[in-house]
Structure formats: structure tokens, C-alpha cells
Write a new protein. Structure first.
Length: 694
């Protein structure tokens, strides 16, 4: 998706508006680029209670929303944190309503892949190995995509397929087809049909149908006419096309244009939706933490997007605040991890399956030798190096081989159809194994469970995980005393993640003034925190997904199993700063399609004593100050922004009227009525170095 970028002159003007010292000796661009986000000079101390609340909100959530500061102050910080550790206590009904717009996220993997097939399933259908559904809409989904696959196989230069406005990223162009009743029209007949369909009258007739009939009408249009019809729709007509449809109907409409693309779209949108709108923010932060710790790459296989839906929902989120061993077990049994790290293909060299191979399949038909199956060490190695004890945890290459033998036979049942975990005894390596001095006797699948228990309870695992948590929540180089205290809690509580976080929360190192705003936000943290702080209403997540890609942190986009880096060194450079400033301006000025932000003041206050329709400059300045304080802005930032407010300029000679009603963090968002004049100072704050910290 190509987003309109602000002109260079505007970008430079915004950069020049970054906080400057009171003497004006250093420009904000120099401060942020030369000092590489060095901690800003602290201003006058805020009230301790407010400072602690903001510090907790910046670390244990994806950033404060309007009203959060006051709500936590009223509830009490201790009570708020306890509630966050027990997310079932929180009301998530509003989040559930938003998630209901993505019914695919609630489906089982097998049902999802059958309804919205991957190209692997479609190729089987083309060869008669999979039955095409009889439901007319599902049948059309299969037929349209089969046509695209065949076009691709034939090497024809087909036009890029239509993608609905909410689709997240381009998918490969493919081709349709069929036999008998599914046969596609000739090229001339298809062209004639397309011309008829894209006439203004035909489009009006289709859009005038009731939602259910409208969907059936779309399903009756076969490729390439379908693509021609969709391309002929103007943006308002595309919105009208799905107006009044149920979430399931809208989903099927987009699946007609590309089923696998639809699954990716919902997977990524659902992830951001929870990060932005969930009240259980600590759960979302920890879900993000574990998804990165147990990283899986989205495009490892054609089935991976489908498996990742269940991976996040069933293996990560339910255990994110529970016991680490339960989480480790859940991850190890997921098809997503077994496929990503190739354990699904691992076969014991002395297993029954290997012996049978040597007996009956020594040679290929062409006479060339075929290597017998063997163990794959990828998961065994990463299980120890990244998931548990760490690179310095005391294991050797011999331990990697032994652990990999223990896990032979842990595979996936018919992955092309979305099957689940399967243990196959005939692939399992027999005999006793020894891993890190721990003897594991021959016991089939139970061997793997013993291995996971041993690794989850090792002191090295406790220290590795606790250091990783301290880096995420405290600083890039956390105090060893804090890590040791957290590790002690981990070992004494049988790996209780919530207990470890409680220890972190009550440790003096967490509240050290030197670590306030010491963490630079990753692109994901920055974008989500900006959207939350702005109180934006989102109906289209594609712009956010695109921005994350531009900033180098696509969701599920880390190819290597070690995941993204949490430290500032990975994200602090001139290009990243420019991308963040661009995003800040686009968000603040309502130039991201499907994302609405309001910086205007609410409609006039309730009539009564002292009520005014137009606030005075002093009231406007107080309102601006109220926005700066909850963001933890330093005295330097506050002074620079207030100075520009008073002078009525933004540093580029452009005049601005008094800022009308910056959203105070204790008030509901007003109706959309933002203007460019309001948006520029908002973009300034969102793009400032202070806001890029947490």
C-alpha cells in the first residue's frame, strides 16, 4: 500500500520543531541524531504518585490512553497492577465486539484452511485429490483462485489481482480454472462478460441488491471477469459493496479476491487490535514478549498463516502470565513451531521408519542414491539456545544431538489440511539419551516431556528468561541484582511468570529515576502507543501494518528464530527517526485511511456557571500542558512546545490558531473535527524524542 508522504519541506519543518534547550544552543534534530536518543535532562519533579503511575503505564502497557492516568490514580497503582496480573477480572466486551469483525480468528485451523484454502490445498483440488465444496460461495472462492494458479503456472502475465482496501499485503498473482461445470469461459467470452459487468448500470444493479444476494451475485462472477468488476469500483463503491454485510459475508467477499491473503490480513489485524484496544494490557505486552521469544516467521510455509492464528490464540495467550513450563509445553506441541524449526521432518536414524527406508527405498528410479531420513537439529538447538537455558547455559553439540533425538517423532498430522500435533512412534529414535547430564530413558513421547521439564526448571533458564524480561521492562543493561532476585522467585515459584513480574514491580531497581524514559520504543511499541495516546478509532489496519514494514519490524516478519531485538541500538538511526516523524504527521493529520483521530476540543461544555464556548489562550495552554505531562515530556520539550504555542508559529513561518482542545487524558474522545492547524503540533509531540521513549 502506497501512502502519501509529507513534502520534504514539511518534514524538515517538523524536525526543526523538536525540543530545544532553553538557550537555543542545540536544535532538536542535533540532539536526537548526535546523542542517539541520550536520556533527556530531567525537568522539575512531578508529583511522585503521578510519576510512578506514568512509569508503570509506559512499561506494563503499550502506552497510556486518554483517561488512563486518572483511572489508575483513582484505583491505586497496586490494585491496578494486581488486576493486570489477573486479566479475567477485566471487562473486555468492547474488545470482543471489535474481534467479532474477524470471524476467521475464532475458527479452528482445519476449518479455516478448508473454507479459505491455501495454494497447497488448491493444487490438490486441481489434481482431483481434494473435493471442491458444493456451497456456491465457497466453490467460487476455490474456482477464482484455481484460475489464478493456472495462469501463473502457464507463465501468463496476468494483471495483479484486486485487493480489498483492508488487505494487508500483496499476495502472489495466481490463476483460476476447472473442468466440466467449473470450466472457465474462453478469453473472448470472459472479455465480453467483463465489459458488461463493469458498465455503470451493472455496478449500480449489483450494489442495490440486499447483502446476501449481493454476495451471491459476486460469487457468480468468474475470473477474469471478477477482477475486472472489482477494479471498476471506485472507493466509495467498494465500501458500498460490503455495506450491511455480516462479518462472515464481508470475509467471504474478500476471500473471493484471495483466500490466503484474507487469512494474513485477519491475523495481523487481530494482533494489532488487541494491542491497541485491550484493557488487559499486561497480558498483551506479555503475549507480544512470548511471541518474540518463541518467534515464528509468517512465510515459512503456505500453511503458516493458518497455524499462526491458533498459535497465538491457543498456545501463547492462555499461558502468557502462567507457568513457563506450561507455555514451553504448549509451544513444543504446536504445528507452527514444529514446522518452522523443521522438527516435523525429523526421523531417528535407528527408528523403524529409517530401517524400512533402507530396506525398501535404497534407490530412486533414476538409479541415484537417496539419503536415508535423519534427525533435524534445528529445534533441539533453538530449544536450548533461545527458548530455555541460553547460549551460555552449559550445553554442548552432543546435547543438541541428544535433545533432537528425544524429539524425533514429534510431527504434524497432514499439515496441508491444518492437522494438529502427532507423535509417530515409528519415527522416534530408540534407546536412552543423555542431555546436559540428565538421563532420559526410552519412553516414546514422554521423553520429550521429561526434556522440557528439565530445561524449564534449570537455574540457567531462570536467569536467561529473567534477564530478557528485565531488558524488556527496565533497561537495555538491567542491574544483575534485579535479575538475580527475579530468578530466585522463578525457581521458588515453579516458573510462575506472574510471580516474577510481581518481584519486578516491587523492586527498587524498576523504579530507579535513572531508568525513567530509558527504553527506546520499538516500531511496534511506538506505533501502538501513538494510536492509543491519540484515541484513534480504527476500521482499517493496513496503514499500520505498512508502517511497521517500512520501519523494519513487520508483524511475524522476523526470519531468524531469535526474534526482534529489544535494545535501542537496533532501532536508533536517522532513517528510523524520519519514518517515525512521517508516521506521526500522517496519524495526526488523519491521512491514514480508516484511522480517525480528533484533536479538536469537545463540543461546548454543559451550560452552567463558568462554562465557555471558546476557551481563553490560558485555558488552551493549560490543555496543551495536560497532554505533555502524561507523556512524561521533559521540561525541555514542554518549554519548546509552549514557546511555539505562545508565538503562534511552528518554526516554518506558518501561522497557527490557538490549539483548540488538546485531548486531556481524562475525557472521552470528541467527534471527529480535526484540522491541519491542530494536527501539526500533535504530530510534533508524537514524533518527539520524548514520546519515542518509554
Amino acid at each position: 500500500m502506497n501512502l502519501v508522504r509529507p513534502p520534504l519541506a514539511v518534514l524538515l519543518a517538523i524536525l526543526l520543531c523538536l525540543p530545544v534547550s532553553a538557550s537555543g544552543a542545540q536544535t532538536p534534530a542535533e540532539a536526537s541524531l548526535n546523542q542517539k536518543f541520550a536520556r533527556p535532562v530531567p525537568g522539575p519533579a512531578q508529583p511522585q504518585s503521578e510519576a510512578r503511575i506514568l512509569h508503570a503505564l509506559n512499561r506494563f502497557t503499550f502506552g497510556p490512553r486518554p483517561g488512563d492516568l486518572e483511572a489508575v490514580r483513582a484505583q491505586g497503582l497496586e490494585n491496578w497492577f494486581t488486576e493486570q496480573l489477573h486479566p479475567r477480572m477485566l471487562d473486555e466486551s468492547a474488545l470482543d465486539l471489535r474481534l467479532a469483525q474477524y470471524p476467521g480468528l475464532q475458527s479452528g485451523v482445519q476449518a479455516l484452511i478448508a473454507r479459505y484454502p491455501s495454494d497447497a490445498v488448491l493444487r490438490l483440488a486441481m489434481n482431483g485429490k481434494v473435493e471442491i465444496p458444493t456451497d456456491p460461495i465457497e466453490r467460487a472462492i476455490y474456482a477464482n483462485q484455481i484460475y489464478r494458479i493456472r495462469r501463473r503456472q502457464q507463465g501468463l502475465a496476468a494483471q495483479a489481482p484486486y485487493r480489498a482496501p483492508s488487505q494487508m499485503q500483496a499476495m502472489p498473482a495466481a490463476a483460476q480454472g476447472g473442468r466440466g461445470r467449473n470450466a472457465q469461459p474462453s478469453a473472448q467470452a470472459a472479455a465480453d462478460q467483463a465489459l458488461l459487468l463493469v458498465s455503470p448500470e451493472s455496478i449500480r444493479q449489483t450494489l442495490s441488491l440486499p447483502p446476501g444476494q449481493r454476495l451471491l451475485q459476486l460469487a457468480s462472477i468468474r475470473e477474469p471477469a471478477f477482477d475486472a468488476f472489482m477494479r471498476a469500483l471506485r472507493p466509495p463503491q467498494r465500501a458500498e459493496l460490503v455495506a450491511g454485510m455480516s462479518p462472515q459475508q464481508r470475509e467471504m467477499t474478500e476471500a473471493l479476491a484471495g483466500p490466503e491473503s484474507l487469512v494474513v490480513q485477519e491475523l495481523l489485524a487481530g494482533r494489532l487490535l488487541c494491542d491497541i484496544y485491550s484493557n488487559a494490557q499486561l497480558l498483551e505486552v506479555m503475549t507480544d514478549f512470548w511471541l518474540n521469544h518463541f518467534n515464528i516467521y509468517l512465510h515459512k510455509s503456505e500453511q503458516m498463516p493458518y497455524y499462526l492464528v491458533g498459535y497465538e490464540r491457543d498456545a501463547i495467550r492462555p499461558y502468557a502470565l502462567g507457568h513457563f513450563e506450561d507455555l514451553l509445553e504448549a509451544v513444543a506441541h504446536t504445528p507452527a513451531m514444529l514446522i518452522y524449526l523443521d522438527n516435523a521432518e525429523s526421523v531417528g536414524p535407528h527408528s523403524l521408519a529409517a530401517e524400512r527406508f533402507r530396506e525398501s527405498a535404497w534407490r530412486r528410479p533414476n538409479g541415484k542414491h537417496q539419503d536415508p531420513p535423519g534427525i533435524n537439529e534445528n529445534y533441539g538447538r533453538e530449544l536450548m539456545e533461545l527458548h530455555t537455558v541460553g547460549v551460555n547455559g552449559g550445553y554442548t553439540q552432543a546435547d543438541v544431538i541428544a535433545a533432537s533425538k528425544v524429539l524425533t517423532g514429534w510431527t504434524v498430522d497432514h499439515p496441508q489440511f491444518g492437522g494438529g500435533f502427532l507423535f509417530t512412534p515409528n519415527r522416534h529414535e530408540p534407546g536412552t539419551k543423555k542431555v546436559m547430564g540428565f538421563k532420559i530413558k526410552q519412553n516414546g513421547e514422554r521423553e520429550g516431556e521429561e526434556l522440557l521439564h528439565m530445561l524449564a526448571t534449570r537455574p540457567a533458564t531462570a536467569h536467561m528468561l529473567c534477564r530478557e524480561l528485565a531488558v524488556r521492562f527496565v533497561s537495555d543493561n538491567p542491574p544483575q541484582s534485579l535479575v538475580d532476585r527475579m530468578a530466585k522467585t522463578y525457581l521458588s515459584s515453579n516458573g510462575d511468570i506472574s510471580a516474577v513480574l510481581e518481584t519486578l514491580f516491587h523492586s527498587p531497581e524498576f523504579w530507579a529515576e535513572s531508568d525513567e524514559l530509558a527504553k527506546v520504543k520499538t516500531p511496534l511499541e511506538y506505533i501502538v502507543s501513538a494510536v492509543r495516546a491519540s484515541g484513534a478509532d480504527i476500521t482499517n489496519y493496513a496503514p499500520l501494518i505498512n508502517e511497521l514494514r517500512l520501519m523494519g519490524m513487520p508483524v511475524y516478519g522476523c526470519v531468524q528464530p531469535n526474534g526482534y531485538d529489544w535494545t535501542s541500538a537496533a532501532w536508533v538511526n536517522t532513517g528510523d527517526l524520519t519514518d517515525r516523524m512521517n508516521f506521526a504527521l500522517l496519524l495526526a493529520s488523519n491521512r491514514l485511511p480508516g484511522i480517525k483521530v480528533d484533536w479538536s476540543r469537545p463540543a461546548s461544555t454543559t451550560a452552567g456557571a463558568g462554562a465557555t464556548a471558546d476557551p481563553s489562550p490560558a485555558q488552551e495552554e493549560a490543555r496543551l500542558e495536560s497532554l505533555l505531562l502524561p507523556q512524561g515530556a521533559s521540561a525541555t520539550t514542554r518549554a519548546a512546545v509552549l514557546r511555539q504555542f505562545r508565538s503562534g508559529t511552528l518554526g516554518n513561518g506558518a501561522q497557527m490558531r490557538p490549539v483548540s482542545g488538546w485531548p486531556r487524558f481524562g475525557r472521552a474522545a470528541p467527534p471527529i473535527a480535526s484540522t491541519r492547524e491542530d494536527a501539526l503540533p500533535a504530530g510534533l509531540l508524537i514524533g518527539s524524542p520524548d514520546f519515542q521513549r518509554r
